[in-house]
Design a protein around this ligand. Structure first.
Ligand code: PAF
Length: 284
């Protein structure tokens, strides 16, 4: 595996790969890699001749400076994991390399980016669009891989791809979970031992919510899930919203949740965890 530090090195390596007739799969990450990221790498490895993983903690998507400061950074371990996973290129640039001048672009991401994480983290999705569009234009991959834990992020990236006219397939990969159900996240390392014990309650409650949603409407199901999570000592729900899987728009309270996605953000101490579950379609 070759580590690339500059945009020029990345562009040159990608031009060579394309000239050699290779297909390119890109896995954008912010490092602190875990099995969730490695599942994206595995999918990219299976679909493409050349696999590039970017490792970059993107400052423009952090609306909370403390979150940016405490975001785990584990470059040496990341490089070793990627090497062992059969990655061809790891792109690990500095902030100055990616942003030689401030990125002032404002993307017209529309309603998909205005709700849930978009409402709670102003500017977050614009920052994601900034970095992912840069990575896409430098790499020009055939396919790019993202995890479904950030369900809304995938919808936002699809919108950015449409806006910018990129000819790139966005591949959404399933959430990878700990045996007790906790969704893998780079932020999990920041959980206290007590927090780690109660955090699986988030997914266990989402599962109960899908059962409940078979016989109750959206409003009732949202209340049920929120109250159950808030009853777990140490957990506090920021929002639980049942939304359309494509538009991300919240469903009306009197609708059935069948086929929709339930997205949740929960605070566990000072760690903000997100997760989601898709409700079975009607009749399933
Ligand atoms: O999902 C993430 O880790 C980040 O938002 C991404 C897509 C790598 C952009 O920085």
């Amino acid at each position: 595996m070759k580590i690339l530090r500059t945009v020029h090195e990345l562009r040159t390596a990608m031009a060579q790969a394309r000239q050699d007739g290779k297909t390119i799969g890109l896995v954008p990450t912010m490092g602190a890699l875990h099995q969730g990221h490695l599942s994206l790498v595995k999918a990219a490895r299976a679909d493409n001749d050349c696999v590039v993983v970017s490792v970059f903690v993107n400052p423009t998507q952090f609306n909370n400076p403390a979150d940016l400061k405490t975001y785990p950074r584990t470059e040496a371990a990341d490089a070793e994991l990627l090497e062992n996973a059969g990655v061809d290129f790891a792109f690990i640039p500095s902030v100055e390399e990616v942003y030689p001048e401030p990125d002032t672009r404002v993307f017209d991401l529309g309603p998909v980016a205005e709700v849930m994480e978009g409402a709670m983290r102003p500017g977050h999705f614009n920052g994601v669009a900034q970095i992912v569009s840069k990575l896409f234009s430098w790499t020009m991959p055939d396919r790019a891989y993202f995890g479904c834990k950030d369900f809304q992020q995938i919808a936002v990236i699809r919108r950015m791809v449409e806006l910018e006219g990129f000819n790139i397939e966005i591949v959404a990969c399933p959430i990878v979970r700990e045996p007790d159900g906790l969704a893998l996240s780079s932020r999990n390392v920041r959980l206290t031992p007590e927090g780690r014990k109660v955090a699986p309650g988030i997914y266990q409650t989402l599962q109960k919510g899908t059962e409940y949603g078979m016989t109750h409407n959206v409003g009732e199901t949202q209340k049920y899930v929120t109250e159950l999570i808030d009853d777990i000592p140490g957990l506090r729900t920021e929002y639980f919203t049942i939304a359309d899987t494509r538009t991300m728009q919240p469903l009306a309270a009197d609708m059935s949740p069948a086929g929709a996605v339930g997205c949740v953000t929960v605070h566990c101490g000072d760690v903000r965890l997100i997760d989601n579950i898709v409700f079975p379609a009607a009749g399933k």
